[in-house]
Design a protein around this ligand. Structure first.
Ligand SMILES: Nc1ncnc2c1ncn2[C@@H]1O[C@H](COP(=O)(O)OP(=O)(O)OP(=O)(O)O)[C@@H](O)[C@H]1O
Length: 234
């Protein structure tokens, strides 16, 4: 599988003390990769560094062979990367449609791409006129993902989308991510604590422990997942 994203020896953090140390991983075209880790292991920091919100202290990031290390967020977005963050960054007083409009640059583009959202989250289309602040927690997460989708990314960075969701909503998120890959050709790097969800959607995984990748593999080879569960145990 040809590589879309390559992360080589990436070190990153918020001051002189690194949070991520020498992280190496890759995402192939049309692949879903899960980074698993407990609270505070550096999962969000990884996505924020890749999106350009946090400057790397060392290492290299390439996207389709182009060096994008330390590129600013708007340039990463222009290069086809979208971020669905863990924080609720929706405009609560704006409607679903108005929030989605912020992901594109014109009405025409919005109209032509709303079908992408419909293919993955039909419920969002039923709620276009509803204020974001009145959506359920699960629907707000769908909207965060939809706002990323409507930018028609080649790579989506998805931060703990299953967190706090009921099992049925977790299943819906899993099929949405698989549809995004299969129907829209979007590659996905997701960070997660929810082992079953991650292994259901991801082709491959990496375990992050105290800022370092300690294990990698293919989801299909995990078996009972006992070793992985031990990494995620509190
Ligand atoms: N803006 C910041 N300034 C300083 N330290 C930070 C900042 N953001 C995160 N950290 C620290 O970096 C470490 C990793 O945090 P990060 O949010 O990446 O972890 P995480 O694996 O995503 O955890 P969680 O699952 O709890 O969201 C933590 O010790 C955290 O306190």
């Amino acid at each position: 599988m040809s590589k879309l994203l390559s992360v080589d020896d990436l070190t990153s953090g918020y001051s002189s003390a690194p949070v991520l140390r020498n992280v190496t991983l890759s995402v192939g075209k049309g692949e879903i990769v899960a980074v698993l880790g407990k609270n505070g292991m550096g999962k969000s920091t990884l996505l924020k560094t890749l999106m350009g919100f946090v400057r790397p202290l060392g290492g290299r990031v390439t996207l389709s062979g182009t060096d994008v290390t330390g590129r600013l967020p708007h340039l990463m977005a222009r290069a086809g990367v979208a971020h669905a963050p863990q924080e609720k960054t929706l405009f609560q007083d704006l409607t679903v449609e108005e929030n989605l409009r912020l992901g594109v640059y014109s009405d025409g583009v919005f109209r032509s791409r709303v079908a992408d959202v419909e293919a993955v989250f039909p419920r969002m289309i039923e709620r276009l006129k509803q204020r974001a602040g009145t959506l359920s927690g699960g629907e707000q997460k769908m909207l965060l993902m939809s706002r990323a989708l409507i930018s028609r990314p080649t790579l989506m960075l998805v931060d703990e989308i299953s967190e706090g969701l009921q099992p049925t909503m977790v299943d819906r998120m899993a099929s949405a991510l698989i549809r995004a890959r299969d129907e829209l050709g979007i590659s996905v790097l997701l960070v997660e604590q929810h082992l079953n969800f991650a292994l259901t959607v991801a082709d491959t995984f990496a375990v992050l422990k105290l800022g370092e990748v300690v294990e990698t593999g293919a989801s299909a080879d995990v078996g009972s997942g006992a070793t992985l569960a031990a990494h995620l145990a509190v």
